[in-house]
Design a protein around this ligand. Structure first.
Ligand code: PLP
Length: 450
């Protein structure tokens, strides 16, 4: 590894960073993170902070889980790679599929298709949804419905169902046949509705209306995050996902629950769908499936979907989709160890308790600072704080002030994430009460500095 001078000098000179402007990265070089332990990260200057981002909503087990690290390194020596395209497989992939299926059996899931990450998993679900309808003799069902403010990754399919225009506009035209409903976002919505249950009903009516307009027999699937993450941590009313499930059922539309963030305990339950008492038809997973230690994702399908593929005798049920690294042996070994550790540590229980602590801490800050427009959380370790420069008019906080808040929080002990004028938090699920206090204190100083 090169020295400190080389590393800082070449920072962002040759590497284009995702989700940022290359010129901005060059002008304001990114923080260089060199090490991590438990729920904290350390930068190249030796400054250590609590990681309120959990890497990127993914390091659920914290940074020091040796069981997962050992499983990865052992597997690298046993078998670093072999294809899992039909015709060959490997033992960790077989065990990983068994464990993941078991973990999500209560959600009605029965089969697992491994991918390399969340965008791949979403893409897999979208494709399999179309194929499912073709196999059932309804090939006209090709469209997708999703929610504004949703984030489903950056492949063309996922971007097409994404509900935030900054992930769309520069890459248009996207996939035809994708339509969006309002988000269950009480702070801002086209109905000016602040009651979450009423808003849920209004969106359900919009869904019915859209189905009537499009024709149910043209719609393959509806995709949603149980709690919208990257869009600002938008927590719907408890009735919302059930209402959407019911509408999907009545119109033969598959429900895809995008659990890339919410899967594996983040909401305080093993899945976001379970948190709301819903059984989807498919689930897209990633992040917590390996705690971010190795890039793996998974598309899960229910019995209803699996049967259609497995009972096909025409040959059309063959899945001509997949990735070189699907069911990668090292990734699968990481999945096995992560699932075992996740269950052993019962991370969902700590997520619920620490999530409540963080939520209450931030609510207290909201009483102190007018620049906090909306506080969203209280369902596990996902928090969104919407910052405004004028609370009455809900004017979004400007970028320069958001960057100042971010930097001041960092200097005072917490790495948070910015999503436009939102502060987003998703710390490791193993975080301690003292570390949550440290995050809240750092935010207090940061808000007080503007
Ligand atoms: C809900 C959701 N779906 C899909 C994705 C895309 O996952 P990836 O970045 O691993 O491709 C993300 C990423 O944050 C996500 O939050």
């Amino acid at each position: 590894m090169r020295d400190h001078n080389f590393t800082t000098e070449h920072n962002a000179r040759h590497l284009w960073h995702p989700m940022g402007h290359p010129a901005d990265s060059m002008a304001n070089p990114p923080k260089i993170i060199v090490g991590a332990q438990d729920s904290s990260i350390t930068d190249i200057d030796g400054h250590t902070v609590v990681d309120a981002v959990g890497g990127l909503w993914c390091v659920n087990l914290g940074y020091s889980n040796n069981a997962v690290k050992d499983a990865i390194s052992k597997q690298l020596y046993d078998l670093p790679y072999y294809s899992a395209f039909a015709g060959s497989t490997n033992p960790p992939a077989i065990e990983a599929s068994y464990l993941v299926r078991e973990m999500f059996a209560d959600d009605g899931m029965s089969r697992v298709f491994f991918t390399s990450g969340g965008s791949d998993s979403v893409e897999t679900c979208l494709r399999l949804a179309r194929q499912y309808h073709r196999l059932r003799g309804e090939p006209t069902r090709t469209k997708y419905i999703s929610l504004k403010k949703g984030y489903h990754g950056t492949h063309f399919g996922g971007a097409s169902v994404n509900g935030n225009n900054r992930f769309r506009i520069n890459y248009e035209p996207l996939l035809p046949g994708c339509f969006h409903l309002p988000s269950p976002y009480t702070y801002r919505n086209p109905f000016n509705e602040t009651d979450p249950a009423t808003l849920a009903q209004l969106i359900a009516q919009s869904f019915e209306d859209e189905i009537a307009f499009q024709g149910a027999n043209t719609i393959a699937a509806f995709i949603m995050e149980p709690i919208q993450g990257a869009g600002g941590v938008i927590v719907p009313d408890a009735s919302f996902m059930k209402l959407m499930r019911d509408i999907c059922d009545r119109h033969g539309i598959l429900m895809i629950s995008d659990e890339v963030i919410t899967g594996f305990g983040r909401t305080g339950d093993w899945s976001g769908a379970r948190h709301w008492g819903v059984k989807p038809d498919m689930m897209s997973m990633a992040k917590g499936i390996t705690s971010g230690y190795f890039p793996v994702g998974a598309a899960l399908v229910s019995d209803k979907v699996a049967e259609v593929f497995e009972n096909d005798t025409t040959g059309e049920g063959a899945i001509f989709h997949g990735y070189t690294y699907s069911a990668h042996p090292v990734g699968s070994a990481a999945v096995v160890a992560t699932v075992n550790e996740t269950l052993r540590l019962d991370t969902k229980t700590n997520a619920a308790a620490r999530g409540q602590q963080l939520f209450e801490g931030v609510q207290k800050l909201a009483q102190k600072y007018d620049i906090i427009g909306d506080v969203r959380g209280g369902h596990g370790l996902m928090m969104g704080i919407e910052m405004v420069s004028d609370a009455t008019n809900k004017t979004p906080m400007d970028t320069a002030t958001m960057k100042k808040i971010h930097q001041t929080a960092y200097e005072n002990g917490a790495m948070v994430r910015l999503g436009m004028h939102n502060i987003l938090m998703s710390p490791p699920l193993v975080i301690s009460p003292a570390e949550i206090d440290q995050i809240v204190t750092a935010l207090d100083v940061a808000f007080g500095s503007v």
